[in-house]
Design a binder for this molecule. Structure first.
Ligand SMILES: [Zn+2]
Length: 233
């Protein structure tokens, strides 16, 4: 991995491109590496050496290892005994197709159920997590992209939480779908169009309309699939 040009994690925590020591050091390192993985600055399959991150972020080995351990738990980083860490390879086309089939089987139905059970408090949580309000925030394109990947994961997980089937929710969460699909390409179109679709889903929830929620969720997932399918050309 090339050194430097760390994407700004949290402008307040950075000075001269380096992460300053703080109580949330692991969190900062984690976010910085996460942003590099999401925006493909760290290429899928490439080696990640602890020493190079130590130099890049000017921190000790411990927070780097902790951050990499967390990314390993999310399936974004692989650790091989005696060899070390590397970025997880890109998902295959077959796995991509399988993930979208799974999502289309579960999420539109989940959205319909969530719409039936919707109330003001749940709607407020969904509006907050849909990423729509943060639309224009921040200038760093890589950071915006990785933030959206995370927001998208939270939003879809919330919908499944409100659909009230923990097994289905766990099954989807276990795939870390959003992190893998956003890593297929780094393009602002992916986020801009998805935000419009999230607004359509929110409108259906606001109307507590299960049929509209099911349809809006289905459309969103199908469009997401079509946008990212280009990565396999
Ligand atoms: Zn989404």
């Amino acid at each position: 991995m090339q050194a430097m040009n760390l994407p700004s994690v949290d402008e307040a925590n950075l000075a001269g491109g380096r992460i300053q020591r703080s109580s949330s050091l692991v969190e900062d390192v984690y976010e910085a590496v996460f942003a590099q993985l999401m925006s493909l600055k760290i290429a899928p399959g490439s080696r990640i050496t602890v020493d190079s991150l130590v130099k890049e972020f000017n921190v000790s080995h411990t927070p780097i290892r902790e951050a990499l351990g967390r990314l390993e738990g999310e399936g974004l980083v692989l650790k091989t005994h005696l060899i070390g860490y590397r970025a997880a390879p890109q998902i295959t086309k077959r796995r991509f197709d399988e993930l979208y089939e799974l999502r289309l089987l579960l999420e539109p139905h989940g959205a319909a159920k969530a719409a039936v059970l919707m109330d003001e408090a749940k709607l407020a949580q969904l509006q907050k997590s849909a990423g729509v309000m943060a639309r224009r925030e921040g200038k760093d394109e890589r950071l915006r992209y990785s933030n959206f990947a995370r927001q998208d994961a939270i939003f879809h997980d919330k919908v499944m939480e409100f659909a009230n089937n923990e097994l289905v929710r766990e099954t989807l969460a276990h795939q870390h779908t959003h992190f893998h699909i956003f890593r297929l390409m780094f393009h602002s179109r992916v986020t801009e169009e998805a935000l419009d679709e999230h607004e359509a889903i929110l409108a259906a929830f606001a109307a507590a309309d299960p049929a509209a929620a099911e349809q809006a969720m289905r459309r969103h997932i199908e469009h997401s699939r079509d946008r990212l399918l280009l990565a396999f050309d």
